[in-house]
Write a protein that binds this ligand. Structure first.
Ligand code: DX5
Ligand code: ZN
Length: 221
């Protein structure tokens, strides 16, 4: 997969054996770990925080950890996730009081920074911060839950985001999150995405014979 990154989302993993599940998908060829943080405030669901990210690092996970903050406010958790071993930290601009400052806070901590766009959030939030983002993440579902269907309007928005990134001349990754499956990933890639979050499509497709093996599904991506 030249230049494409597959990022399984822990949201669909078995939290009771998270370390092993993350090891298993990385061994099968996944590139980065997508770490969904929900606060029951910005989104109507509650997941895990910096302690679990730290625990994955202590367990021995070496791959980049891509922390998707669906929380408000964002700054204190940004600091905690930097400390907990995050590699990339993205947040939703509408959840944040000072977007420029929060992006800078992430980079000052040595992580890559990104903004996440809900399906109806305009890309114009990028207008004055293109030089401060390393990743643009487009939600292709409304955030909060795994297992929802990909919203087709995302394809046009991906093309627009791809154009903005190419025009900027910067090395910014374009990630897509929600409803990504083996049978729609080619269209999504053609629309300009280079980094693909897949939750249920990966974790609900364990090999039946061996629940530790994800090779067959990951090879199909
Ligand atoms: C949704 C999360 C996603 C989610 C994707 O709010 O941000 O990362 O896990 O799950 P699937 O791939 O099942 O749509
Ligand atoms: Zn996510």
């Amino acid at each position: 997969r030249p230049n494409f990154l597959l990022a399984p989302s822990i949201l669909s993993a078995n939290f009771a054996r998270l370390g092993e599940e993350v090891d298993d998908v990385l061994a099968a060829g996944a590139d980065i770990v997508h770490f969904d943080v929900m606060d029951n405030h910005f989104v109507p669901n509650l997941t895990v925080g910096p302690m679990v990210c730290d625990a994955l690092r202590k367990h021995g996970v070496k791959a980049p950890i891509d922390v998707h903050l669906m929380v408000s406010p964002v700054d204190r958790l940004i600091v905690d996730f930097i400390e907990a071993g995050a590699s990339i930290i993205t947040f939703h601009p509408e959840a944040c009081d000072h977007i420029d400052r929060s992006l800078q806070l992430i980079r000052d901590g040595g992580c890559q920074a990104g903004l996440v766009f809900n399906p109806a959030t305009p890309l114009s939030y990028l207008d004055y911060v293109m030089d401060k983002v390393d990743m643009v993440l487009l939600m292709s579902v409304n955030p909060g839950f795994g297992g929802q269907s990909f919203l087709p309007s995302t394809l046009d928005k991906l093309r627009e985001a791809r154009q903005r990134i190419d025009t900027s001349g910067r090395a910014i990754r374009l990630e897509v999150d929600g409803g990504v499956k083996v049978d729609n990933i080619a269209d999504i890639a053609r629309a300009g995405a280079d980094t693909f979050v897949a939750g249920s499509a990966v974790f609900k497709a364990r090999d039946e014979a061996d629940p530790h093996r994800y090779d067959s599904v990951i090879n199909q991506f």
